[in-house]
Design a protein around this ligand. Sequence first.
Ligand code: ADP
Ligand code: MG
Length: 695
Amino acid sequence: MTDLRLHSPLQYVKGVGPRKAEVLAKYGMYTVSDLLWYFPRSYLDRSTIVPINQVKVDQMVTIVGQVKAHGILHGRRKRYEVILEDKTGAISLIWFQPLHYWSRVFKKGQWYAASGVVSYFMGHQIIHPDLGRLDDESDNMIHAGRIIPVYPQTSELNKVGLNSKGIRRLTTFVFEHLSETIPDYLPGEECRLHQLPSLHEAIYRIHYPDTRAQIETCRRRLAFDELLELQFLVFRSRRERETVRKNHRYRTSANVIGALIKKLPFELTTGQKQSIKEIINDLQQEQPMNRMLQGDVGCGKTLVAIAAAFYAAKNTLQTAFMAPTEILAEQHYRNWHDLLAEEGVTSALLTSSLSKAKKEQVAKACTEGEIDILFGTHALIYDYVSFKQLGLVIIDEQHRFGVKQRGKLYAKGENPDLLVMTATPIPRTLTLTLYGDLDISTIKDLPPGRKPVRTAWRTQEVREKVYAFVRDEIAKGGQVYIIYPIIEKSERIELENVEDAYRELSGGEFKGYRVGMVHGRIKPKERDDILKQFHDGELDILMATTVVEVGLDNPNATVMIIEHAERFGLAQLHQLRGRIGRGSKQATLIAIAHPPLTDIAKKRLEYFSQTTDGFKIAEADLELRGPGEMYGVKQSGLPELRAARLSTDRDLLEAARKLLVQLFTSVQSLDSTYRNLYTYLVKKTASRNVTLGGG
Ligand code: ADP
Ligand code: MG
């Protein structure tokens, strides 16, 4: 009789041979405990099984049937279709991505249970259903109750029999032979307070739930544990940072900035004033600043950063100001160089497209301390760039840089102050977790006179009308962006891509107009030339991929068309929108979607056309996407969130914070169960190095 412990290697589980063990290891599963923390991705609910001929649009159903046919469907939008059939009829299951994966999954005659919301497009269909493979029609889906867990599936797992059912076999065996209860470090009092089950119960029920409600309660318990650990790391990191002292000092009064401000042709907004105040206050502290400046596109963050750099210069400290593209770095440099010079502050530009001699000259001047503010791109992080006394590091559009790149620039000074900027506002839940050790300044107001961009989404049938509108706008002296998604080779033929569209439109609808094109495969130098032409009004239309997403400032651009808008994330759409409406003229954005659309895509477009508030967009984006892909969660070194959902678990997050404040401030006076929890967290996180937010 096998006796399993949590730390037992998975080879001791019946059915796990070397081949399976190898694949499991690839997914991070070595021990019984790893397997138990591998949570279902979704669940099939047998109580909602309906015969296929009885499905209704918008209804959440589970259907059980046999694969009758499957393959890639060509059309406006390439997709993978499976026709599933039961005694009463047939329905299509549709996936847009990843086509190649799905083409390896299905075989004619296989039985499946599929769950999802029914929609209609040339027949009933379910887009991106949850799927469970069955042995045959009478398959009871394994000793499962009414609700059957579905685990993440990949072809690699499938190949060695670790599809959902295969994983279920393993967990069943484990629970039958586990000789210990999963130890719980959360004091019982906390469980009661937040109505959370014990850890053992939560783990068991997440794999073997009786009801939907039970899944949610158990998920919340597991989420609480994750958030507690995450926040612990954030607290720890903040505490470590607070012990660092910088060896440069700001001695002059903040009033010196007044000279610069006076020269500006406009009044500062309240948000700008407040942010400058917060930053200056940080700079005057003994600990290095670690601050993020966030605010919607066009709110005027650059000026705030310049004010800080100016203040540094007046204290004989140098500033490195890094932007993600040459165009942007150059724009900053050109906009500010003269004004700064008039006030006795020297600045220079360093990008990789400069001649070697010029680069060397700039680098030398910087090393010798002759340059106060060095604007530049990634070129700033190269080894040949050094500073005499780097006091302040500014990173524009920080999400465009990797942790390593930011770190490399930072390391060019001795504990310099750090200011990172972003136009992708960060939802509060994320600022608490991921950026918890960053101080944040927020600009909520836009400079006066800006009109929100009029936004609508349409399907492609209206394209002719849209083009007529574009010609109209150009006749009135406006300029137009037409944006296309970046398309992988494998799908190229089916989708409008920027190169084909350019050929078609510049020779057709927009013949006689000045049309330019930029995308990622055009050489940086050439790309910048075209962007400059557009900026200088020498082009009417700029056809582009998302390379224009960041920071470009052309107040004369009043229209943006986004093709295949369904393929863009919400935050990205909003970023793109920020390229227009930068002047006083009314700007218009038309997002063109190519059906069939998933529900999420529709929701996204709907939301996008209804709100122009970047903060609301950020919250919604988080909700529709999940936080994983955003904001460098992956590269931060923080533990992965498997159960927690930052969009809905705000209360748990706050609860975890509260508990941690207690642990960090008064652990000695707490009950022993709390002290144990603290010790446990210290141990659990000991080997984790995290890089949060900016640093
Ligand atoms: P972002 O926050 O997106 O980086 P920028 O700093 O590029 O925004 O500013 C956008 C535009 O607004 C620039 O042309 C800038 O000169 C202008 N601007 C900045 N602050 C103000 C202000 N207080 N009043 C009017 N215009 C401003
Ligand atoms: Mg900017």
